[in-house]
Design a protein around this ligand. Sequence first.
Ligand code: OSB
Ligand code: MG
Length: 371
Amino acid sequence: MDIREIIVRRMKMKMKQPFTTSFGTMQDKHFLLIEIKDGSGRSGWGESVAFDAPWYSEETVETNWHMIRDFLIPILLDADLAHPDEVSGLFSPIRKNNMAKAAVEGAVWDLYAKQQGMPLAKALGGTRQQIEVGISIGIQQSVEELTEVVRQHLQEGYKRIKVKIKPGKEIEILSALRQSFPDIALMADANSAYTLADTALLQRLDEFNLMMIEQPLASDDIIDHAILQNDLKTPICLDESIHSLEDARKAVELGSTKIINIKIGRVGGLTEAKKIHDYCMEKGIPVWCGGMLEAGIGRAHNIALTSLPNFILPGDTAASSRYWEKDIIQPEVVMEDGYINVPDVPGIGYEPDIESIDRFMTDKWTFRKEG
Ligand code: OSB
Ligand code: MG
C-alpha cells in the first residue's frame, strides 16, 4: 500500500451540550486523529474513540497515544501491506488496546479505499445507499426536560430514541416517556449500572415495550447476562462486554444477548467489526452501530460500516450538528427524514476540513518510513 508517513494529531473539541451517563458527564471531547500518507500524496484518516478518562473502558487518549507511538506505528511502518485485513494480524502480538488499534486500522482502510477509487462502504461490502438513524440521549436534570429533548429529536426525524438509565431513575424516566410517546421505537442503555440483585426491578421494565435494554450488568460479564435474559422479555443488547468475534460467539451461544451493538473502536477495527457482523447475520442476531460521541472522521467510518446488510436496527450515529457547532469534515454529516446518505465517492467520503482540524488541534507528531 506504499505507506510513507503517519501523522498523529491530538484534538480537543467542546460538545454543544454535556453528555451524562450512569458513570459520569462529558463536555470536552479529547481524541487523536491518525493520517496515513502514501507515496502518491493520498491520505487515509482514522479517529481514536477512547475518552480522556477510563470509565467506559480501560483505554484513554493518553494510553492510545502510548500504544500508537511506541508499538503500532513502528509495526505498520515496518510492514509491507497489501490489504487492510492484514492489519489486525500484524497488531495481534499487542494485547487488547482495541481503540488504539482501530484508529490506525481505520486510516489504513480509508487509504486503501482511496487507492482503489472505491467508497469505503463498498470496500467493506456495504449494500445500503442510506442508513436509518437513531439518537442516544444522556441523563437530563428532570423528566420534564428529557421529555422535551425527546420531542425535539423526534420532530427532527430521528427514527429511534435511546435513553440512558441509572438505578433509582429508570421507572420514572421510562414511564414518563411511554406516557408521552406510547408508540415510538424506544430503548434504554444502563452502561453496566445494575447487578443480578436488581432482577425484579429490571423485570418491571418489560411493561415499557422497549426494543432492547443495553448492557444492564457488569462491563466484563457474559454469564450473569444469560441468567438475566432468562428472566426478561425485553431483549438484552451487549455493548461493553463484546471486544471480538470470539466474545460475540460466546455471548450468543450462552444466550447472554439477542442483539449486538458493534463499535469499531471497542472491537479493534473494521476487519473485526465485519467478522462480528457476518457471524451475527448467520445466526439471525441483528446488529447496530454504536457511537462514542465521534467527530467527523469517526462518524464517517461508522456510516460506512452501517451500510452492511445486517445493520438492520437504527444506530447511534446522529448528525454532526447534534454534537458540534462545527465538525472537522466537509460536508458535515446531515440527517434528513431519519436517514443519512452513504457517500458514493472514494474513501470515507467526507473531506477532512484542515482549517477546522487546525483550530481544534493541541499537538501534532509526524513519523516517516525509513529509506
Ligand atoms: O454506551 O453507547 C454508549 C456515549 C459515551 C459512552 C458510551 C455510550 C455513549 C452513547 C452515545 O450512547 C452515542 C453517540 O451518540 O455517539
Ligand atoms: Mg452503550
